[in-house]
Design a binder for this molecule. Structure first.
Ligand code: PLP
Length: 384
């Protein structure tokens, strides 16, 4: 008797529980995309913004296992997390929103890019104060040149001063100058002509650095779009991020979708024609139909501003999102189909029926990058 109750209870509990919103990283797709973007030389897998939303360590390890030689992040702390997760490949951090922690950079073997004379001077000061020379440790530095964006990187007119200072830091035993880098402004344009001035500018900057006695150096410039479309931008290394998770900013190459974003049906109902659905009655049912509520909303990264085409896949078919997107839920019109609680809806994913991240970007009037990086913290991250 008590045995039966136990069993009955376990079943009832199993029926009341199901997976919440989940973003699953498809490692095989990362590997395939990396191969597509390999251009002969080494590849840096960029995993900033938590691996474009898919989990930095998970994307990094999938990329390294598929042969990525380098990893790229925004700051030293992000790199330290990768080291903590067992990543051994060289790591470069380039933006430093909280400044550069030289000690953490050296301890975690993280290269840093610097993009101004001031930033380099501060780095040298900090390295001196940290007493690195006594340990025989040097900060590994990439000199970041502005290649046409005026958003980051040393302006051309300061480049000679940058080189002089870099040499002083090296001669003082504080720095090892490892590379020179730029970043292209035309990320979503597969037009090699647009890149010509910036390729020439980086070539020239590298040559002057070599003449200033800073050999050996690696030079790097291109990201996903350039790696896929413009061999002249390749230099010694390409830095690819969006492409790893299946986004081609230039929309010219079909990459493998590397994420499957699913959410459960938490409620289903039949509604009559004329029934307002969701906040403000922004949608009114135009016929008797069935609806399903999914437990995922704008707090999870579903954009609130969506066109009427937005849909999800449930049971092998697409169903339109209706009404306002709420913080924790969206409603879909499933027509004649009825889906029980716990049914799995695919917000985006591979396979052709489920929407793509690119479609979500279009429906929200944005780029797919903002969709993936906007996926909220309570969406579980898993790996396939
Ligand atoms: C984000 C970033 C990249 C990667 O760009 P994708 O277009 O996502 O491949 C490369 N380099 C720098 C400096 C970046 O900030």
């Amino acid at each position: 008797m008590s045995m039966l109750i136990e069993e009955g209870r376990t079943e009832a509990m199993a029926a009341a529980r199901f997976a919440g919103p989940t973003l699953q990283l498809i490692r095989g797709a990362v590997a395939e995309n990396l191969r597509r973007m390999r251009t002969g030389g080494p590849v840096m897998a960029v995993v900033k913004a938590d691996g474009y939303g898919h989990g930095a360590l998970a994307v990094a390890s999938a990329a390294v296992d598929a042969g990525a030689e380098w990893l790229g992040v925004t700051d030293v702390a992000e790199g330290a997390v990768l080291r903590g997760g067992g990543i051994e490949a060289p790591i470069l951090a380039w933006l430093h929103p909280a400044g550069i922690d030289v000690v953490a950079a050296v301890r975690n073997r993280i290269d840093v890019a610097v993009g101004s004379v001031d930033e380099l001077a501060e780095l040298i000061d900090d390295a001196g104060v940290a007493g690195l020379v006594d340990e025989g440790a040097r900060v590994r530095v990439h000199l970041h040149l502005d290649t046409g964006m005026a958003r980051g990187g040393c302006p051309v007119r300061d480049w000679d001063r940058m080189l002089q200072l870099a040499r002083r830091g090296r001669d003082a035993g504080l720095l090892r100058i490892v590379g020179v880098m730029g970043h292209l402004p035309q990320a979503d344009l597969a037009d090699p002509r647009a890149n010509v001035p910036w390729v020439m500018r980086l070539q020239h900057a590298r040559d002057t650095a070599l003449r200033a006695g800073l050999a050996p150096l690696i030079a790097h410039l291109g990201a996903t779009s350039a790696a896929l479309s413009d061999p002249s931008t390749r230099f010694d290394l390409v830095r690819v991020g969006a492409g790893l998770v299946g986004i081609d900013p230039s929309r010219t190459v079909e990459l493998a979708p590397a994420g499957r974003f699913t959410a459960p049906v938490v409620h289903s109902a039949e509604v009559d024609a004329g029934t307002p659905v969701g906040y403000g009655g922004a949608h009114v049912a135009d016929r008797r139909t069935r609806i399903s509520v999914l437990g995922v909303g704008y707090a999870d990264g579903i954009p609130r501003e969506l066109s009427r085409e937005a849909c999800v896949e449930i049971g092998g078919r697409r169903h339109r999102v209706i009404g306002r997107v709420s913080m924790d839920q969206i409603v879909v019109d499933t027509g004649d189909a009825s889906f029980p609680r716990g049914s799995v809806a695919t917000v985006f994913g591979p396979g052709g029926i489920a929407p793509t991240v690119q479609e979500w970007g279009d429906w929200a009037g944005t780029i797919p990058h903002t969709i993936v990086t906007g996926i909220g913290a309570r969406v579980a991250r898993t790996v396939a």
